[in-house]
Write a protein that binds this ligand. Structure first.
Ligand SMILES: Cc1ncc(C[n+]2csc(CCOP(=O)(O)OP(=O)(O)O)c2C)c(N)n1
Ligand SMILES: [Mg+2]
Length: 276
């Protein structure tokens, strides 16, 4: 699938509405971090990734790993919309007995890896990218991490290995929304310059506005930026993007909406994508 920028923006708003409904219905989920990542996920799933819902086991497919697994609802909505499973099933999200549990679960077609324990997506992606090189396959491996997640030591082991094995088929994305579960990333575990850190680990690093789909399409289309080097995209975003009372508020990391808040959020999203 290869939607243009305008259609991607419309789709991102649709995904935001879908996720809002899922979280409101089940009274569970991580809405702030979903909203910040939805423009990135929409760009990947509707323009960049080479995947086919009918042939998900194809060994040549691109791989996407949602390392910040707590936003499973956004991944589930997109996978259902792309035909990996029935959209009706989204109504069971986070309900007892459903396979659509609160973190990505590979009992559902389209989910590569079970994630949720932060810090594991990148090391797994490194293994997949290395396998691709050794098998002479030309697929790419993408993984989306949080900025709070950068505190996990396993990420930096993966970072070294990716450089060591010259994995230019590996693309990391950091959702740099500057918030984590209980406050700002600088308060909880200061990150300093992520660009300097990843550059010093041997990655090619670019920074983009992660809520600007036009910029995202442009940068993803240039990969690999440097031969033999893994790429890190630092995507500056707003946590809660698109719903005014959630934007930049740590309390909406996993907040549950009242009926009044739900109505307000729905109305705001009716206006379309905020980049316009
Ligand atoms: C290993 C591990 N420790 C703690 C948690 C609990 N937890 C879930 S989300 C979260 C904050 C993550 O912040 P960030 O990576 O910035 O995510 P985002 O802001 O994009 O939602 C934490 C600490 C977890 N899922 N895994
Ligand atoms: Mg964050």
């Amino acid at each position: 699938m290869n939607l243009g920028v305008k259609d991607l923006e419309v789709k991102a708003t649709e995904v935001r509405r879908g996720v809002l409904d899922m979280v409101y219905r089940s009274k569970a989920g991580h809405i702030g971090g979903s909203m910040s990542s939805i423009d990135i996920l929409t760009t990947l799933y509707y323009n960049i990734l080479n995947i086919d819902s009918k042939k998900f086991s194809d060994l040549g497919r691109d791989r996407f790993i949602l390392s910040k697994g707590h936003i499973a609802e956004a991944l589930y909505y997109i996978l259902a919309d792309r035909g990996f499973f029935d959209k009706e099933k989204l109504k069971t999200y986070s309900k007892y007995g459903s396979t659509l549990i609160g973190h990505p679960n590979n009992k559902n077609n389209g989910v590569e890896v079970n994630t949720g324990s932060l810090g594991h997506g990148l090391p797994i992606a490194v293994g997949m990218a290395l396998a691709g090189k050794r098998d002479n396959k030309d697929y790419r491996v993408y993984t989306l991490m949080g900025d709070g997640e950068q505190a996990e030591g396993s990420i930096w082991e993966g970072a070294m290995a990716a450089h060591n094995y010259k994995l230019d088929n590996l693309i990391g994305i950091i959702d740099r929304n500057r918030l984590q579960i209980s406050g700002t990333t600088e308060e909880v575990m200061a990150l300093g310059s992520l660009k300097d850190k990843w550059t010093s680990f041997g990655w090619e690093v670019v920074e983009v506005d992660g809520n600007n789909i036009e910029e995202l399409v442009k940068i993803f289309s240039k990969i690999p930026i440097k031969k033999d080097k893994p790429t890190m995209i630092i995507a500056n975003t707003v946590k809660g993007k698109g719903i005014s009372f959630m934007e930049n508020k740590a309390k909406w990391h996993h907040g549950v909406l009242t009926e009044e808040e739900y109505k307000k959020a729905t109305k705001e999203l009716e206006g379309g994508h905020l980049n316009e």
